[in-house]
Each structure stands twice: as C-alpha cells, then as structure tokens.
Design a protein around this ligand. Structure first.
Ligand SMILES: NC(=O)C1=CN([C@@H]2O[C@H](COP(=O)(O)OP(=O)(O)OC[C@H]3O[C@@H](n4cnc5c(N)ncnc54)[C@H](O)[C@@H]3O)[C@@H](O)[C@H]2O)C=CC1
Ligand SMILES: O=C(CO)COP(=O)(O)O
Length: 327
C-alpha cells in the first residue's frame, strides 16, 4: 500500500517509520526542504527524533506529490494548524484520512474530526488515532498499542491493518468523540502532574490528579455523547498513564518547569515540540461550561498558564473545595 503522512515533526516522522516497517511505501511531507533532504539522504530527523535511524521513506515538501495515489493520508500537524492546513491541502478523494493530533481548536473547541468534516471529508473516510504513543519510544521500536477510531468500521479496520507492525498494535474503536476527547484531555492532566512533580508534592497527589482528572474527562465525554468505557481504555487511561509517567512527554515536562517556577515563555522555549495543553485546556473548560459539566482540575490549567493564578493557588483551591461523594 502507498501511504502519506503530512507533518514531519516527532509523531509524523514516527508514524512514517511504523508504516514503512509494516511494509508500505511511505511519503512524508514537511515544510522544510533541508529537513526533507536530511530524511532522504541521511535517514534521520535529528531535531524531532534524535538518534533514530529511519527506514526508506520519501520525504518531500510537495503535498500533492506526497499524497498522489495513496490509500491512507495521516494528518500529523499540531491541532491549532489543522483547519488552515485542511484549507490548503488537496487530499485525494478516495483516500482514508486519519488525524493524529491530540487537541481541540482553541477558538471553537472543535475536535479534529469536526474540522475534517468542515473541510468536506466524508465521515465514512475519516479516522483518528489515539493511545499511549510517545514518539521517541515508538522510534526505538519499543512495543505499544494504539486506537484507531472511525465512524465506519471498515475504515477503522483498514487503517488498523495498515499500521500493524511487530511493535505497534492498533485496536479499532467506533467512539470517535470519546477517543478525541480522551486524547485532548490527557494533556492538561499531564501538565498538572508535571506541576506536582516540579513542586515535589509526591506520588499520592499524582494518583489523585490522574484519577480525578480522568473522572472529569469521562464526565465531559459522556455529556458530549462519548462512551465512558473509552476513557478506561487505551485512549484514556492508557495514554494518561504513559504521558503522566514519562519525562518524554512535552505536556508533563512543560508543567514540571512551571512547577519549578520557570516563567511560561521560558518553559515553552525549552520544549522539544508542541505543548497541546496550552491551547486546549481553555477549550475543554469552555466546552464543559456549555454542557454544564464541572472540570475542577482541567479548568484551572489555563488560568495557571495565563499567569492569573499560581500552581500553589490552583492546588489550594482544589483541596479546599467542599468534600463530596466520589461519584
Ligand atoms: N510526539 C508524540 O509523542 C505524539 C504526538 N501526538 C500529536 O501529534 C500532533 C503533532 O505532534 P508532534 O509531531 O509531536 O509535534 P512536533 O512539535 O514534534 O512537530 C510539529 C510539526 O508540525 C509542523 N508544523 C507546525 N506548524 C505548522 C503549520 N502551520 N503547518 C504545517 N505544519 C506545521 C512543524 O514544522 C513540525 O514538523 C500533536 O497534536 C500531538 O499531540 C500524538 C501522539 C504522540
Ligand atoms: O500523546 C502523546 C503520547 O501518547 C505525547 O505526549 P506529549 O505531547 O505530552 O509529548
């Protein structure tokens, strides 16, 4: 099969590697010609996947060349750039289109699949990928699983099969909304966990924030029509555990730097890539307001990032909330 990946950052590059290892012909499209040359000539992408030797992949800056005649196109750009990119990309009419981004559009709260539908992509042809997928571990061919969610089971199965490799085990799921919300919501939770680590507040609080944060994500998902079981699966618990546990996570690391007292701009400049929690936290809180769901932890992340409250003030506010039943 011939496949294309649009976006040559950490995740786009690593998904190209997975497709190539699964036996497909892969074209990877980025914006920088020098990066494409590096991938084609040296089989590396040192900025985003340092130390990883890539299999043969055709890297290009020409989107139409990348997607010409492909069966699957993966969109691996940051969530805030998805709408604009979808306006410019000319995607093949018959291909399956898969979003790999874990975020919501900041201004509208739209999920990536909603942006794809807005761009005229047929619901039957779209899919999203979620789950515990830290790019650098996959780049080292360390085993993991993932979820491919689609409205059409046939689409989910085709994408699943295209990605299945000895170290990458995709499951299918028909809960697109749940998988997207779970993938977006784990980012602010991981950021909160990072702040706790930065403040040296211990593992009990990590467990508290992960479980209560996941309860918030599940509540929001249910209110928006998702299946609560999705949040207990790979897209929810699986990704949350991997992201909160790993120093490789950009969201966790960013939170850790804030927790140590680093200013936001400096903490962001020190990040090795996009920090999706920054634009997505406020959107999750706004969505929750719209549907009347309380997100005590997630809704305090944007005010911390914007400097309105400190991490300690956010924590004090959470701990002093009125006590209540767990469910
Ligand atoms: N890195 C990871 O471990 C994983 C990342 N993801 C998701 O994949 C998405 C992409 O993340 P990464 O590749 O890790 O980010 P990254 O920061 O490593 O790379 C982002 C890429 O997008 C490109 N880009 C930035 N602005 C752009 C624009 N306006 N138009 C086109 N391209 C643009 C950059 O040049 C870069 O190649 C995010 O939503 C992230 O949450 C999902 C699973 C794992
Ligand atoms: O989504 C991820 C792992 O599944 C990557 O997390 P970060 O964006 O925090 O690095």
């Amino acid at each position: 099969m011939r496949v294309a990946v649009l976006g040559a950052g950490a995740f786009g590059t690593v998904l190209s590697l997975v497709f190539a290892d699964a036996g497909h012909e892969v074209r990877l499209c980025g914006r920088r010609a020098d990066q494409a040359d590096e991938i084609n000539e040296r089989r590396t992408n040192e900025r985003y996947l340092p130390g990883i030797e890539l299999p043969p992949i055709l890297a290009t800056t020409d989107q139409q060349l990348a997607t010409d005649g492909v069966e699957v196109v993966v969109l691996a750009v940051p969530a805030q750039t998805m709408r604009e990119n979808l306006q410019h990309w000319q995607l093949p009419a018959e291909a399956l289109i898969v979003s790999a981004a874990k975020g919501l559009e900041a201004e509208t709260g739209a999920r990536m699949s909603e942006l794809m539908l807005d761009a005229g992509i047929d619901a039957e042809r779209l899919a999203v990928i979620a789950g515990p997928n830290l790019a650098r571990e996959i780049g080292a061919r360390m085993p993991t699983a993932a979820v491919v969610a689609a409205y059409s089971n046939e689409t989910a199965v085709r994408v699943q099969r295209s990605l299945h490799s000895p170290y990458f085990r995709p499951y299918t799921n028909l809960d697109v909304v749940g998988c997207e919300l779970a993938g977006a919501a784990k980012n602010p939770i991981a950021l909160a966990v990072g702040m706790i680590i930065g403040r040296g507040l211990g593992d009990n609080l990590l467990g508290t924030v992960m479980s209560r944060g996941l309860a918030e994500a599940t509540r929001l998902g249910e209110a928006l029509g998702a299946d609560p079981h999705t949040f207990a699966g790979l897209a929810g618990t699986g990704d949350l555990v991997a992201t909160c546990y790993s120093p490789l996570s950009r969201n966790r690391s960013f939170g850790e730097r804030l927790g140590r007292g680093m200013p936001v701009a400096e903490a962001l400049a020190a990040s090795s890539g996009v920090v999706e929690a920054i634009p997505t936290s406020g959107s999750l809180a706004a969505l929750a307001d719209e549907v009347g769901v309380e997100l005590p932890i997630i809704s305090r992340i944007a005010p911390v990032i914007e400097g309105q409250i400190s991490p300690d003030e956010a924590l004090d506010a959470l701990m002093s909330r009125q006590v209540k039943p767990e469910r």
